[in-house]
Design a protein around this ligand. Structure first.
Ligand code: FES
Length: 359
């Protein structure tokens, strides 16, 4: 068998797994079959090159781990890049994915390359034996461990050992580093909870029908009718932001009932002649709702059957939702089209940790 020498290189000239009948402690007897030496077993230059390649992959892995942390800091969270055939994706996601993905991949690639090119390469015979470990077998296992340590060259190649340890020490750091977002928000940037407190509705903004983006005239909505609406500026905002976040918060339903059927509202005069506007996003876990029973004035969520009484401040009358559907104050403009009088007065959608108790 080929034995590693003390100077960090293998005894390449005599590397032949079947050249010796001596079996060292912890090693299996070699199989009596043809064995083909690898190039790294016979060519010192190929051997040294493989060592450098393995070390380079571990070093590069560490560099990529550091690069992912740098990307997390310097790449804006709202940056967008376009990739041919895929489309637009978040720049920060792409940067983190590429750098951290390479950091993990290069550790694996380095380990595989190390095993295939440099570790002990020999076919062995492993006899079956009883499962119970005897003291002799325990000692044998310890011998195998020591042998594996010697054969892998873990002690023999200090540069590989150190670069691998360095790479594996750095790879977990990005996970810890990203926790920084839990308590640090850059100046001028909204916290995640602040983002959830507001939608894009502003005073005077017209309600337009979803999909067609046509303004909605109050006189066109019959009693008992329901219209799915969005803000008139939504299309432009979606185009600018490159995502559907604004839609997810601002989508509303408009229903009309006889004014005398309204028992209570979330604000004085928030309707227009019996026309009421509510968030479309269920306060349970956020399903869009537009199942409306006009005779009972109940709004039913298809996901988990939460039911909201729209003619009584949209309070919850059934199901797992913990709070009412937020109402949007509306009126009409000079041309008779429905407009918002303000943003929602309470957050839309599912509850979140920072929500105040009164909601
Ligand atoms: S999401 Fe509406 S009831 Fe669960």
């Amino acid at each position: 068998m080929n034995e590693p020498t003390d100077n960090g290189s293998q005894d390449l000239a005599t590397h032949d797994s079947h050249a010796s009948d001596v079996t060292l402690p912890g090693e299996w007897p070699t199989a009596d079959i043809d064995h083909h030496l690898r190039r790294t077993d016979t060519d010192p230059r190929a051997h040294d090159r493989a060592v450098r390649q393995v070390a380079s992959m571990f070093i590069l892995s560490g560099v990529m781990a550091i690069a992912s942390m740098v990307a997390f800091v310097v790449v804006p969270a709202d940056s967008v890049i376009e990739i041919p055939y895929i489309g637009k994706i978040g720049g920060l996601n792409a940067a983190l994915g590429v750098t951290f993905g390479l950091a993990i991949f290069l550790i694996g690639a380095g380990a595989v390359h190390w095993a295939k090119k440099l570790m002990y390469d020999v076919e062995v015979v492993q006899e079956r034996h009883p499962m119970k470990s005897s003291p002799t077998e325990t000692q044998h296992a310890a011998d195998i461990y020591q042998s594996g340590k010697r054969q892998s060259g873990f002690a023999q190649y200090p540069i590989i050992r150190r670069t691998m340890i360095g790479a594996m020490a750095l790879v977990p750091l990005p996970f810890i580093f990203t926790l920084r977002d839990l308590w640090i928000t850059p100046p001028g940037v909204s916290t995640p909870s602040e983002e959830l407190l507001y939608t894009m509705w502003t005073p005077g903004m017209r309600l337009v029908t979803d999909i067609t983006y046509l303004p909605v005239r109050a006189d066109d909505i019959p009693v008992g009718g329901l219209v799915n609406c969005v803000p008139e500026d939504l299309k432009a905002v979606e185009h600018e932001e490159g995502n559907l976040n604004a839609r997810a918060k601002a989508a509303v339903i408009v229903v009309r009932m006889k004014p005398e059927e309204i028992q209570s509202q979330q604000g004085e005069g928030w309707d227009h002649e019996g026309i009421l506007c509510f968030s479309k996003i269920c306060t349970h876990v956020g399903c869009p709702i537009s199942l409306y029973q006009q005779r009972t004035h109940e709004l039913l969520c298809p996901c988990h059957q939460s039911t909201f009484q729209l003619n009584d401040s949209a309070n919850v009358v059934f199901g797992p939702a913990a709070r009412r559907m937020p109402q949007l104050p509306i009126s009409v403009d000079d041309e008779g089209y429905l407009i918002a009088d303000s943003d929602f007065k309470e957050p839309v959608g599912p509850s979140f940790w920072e929500l105040k108790e009164e909601y």
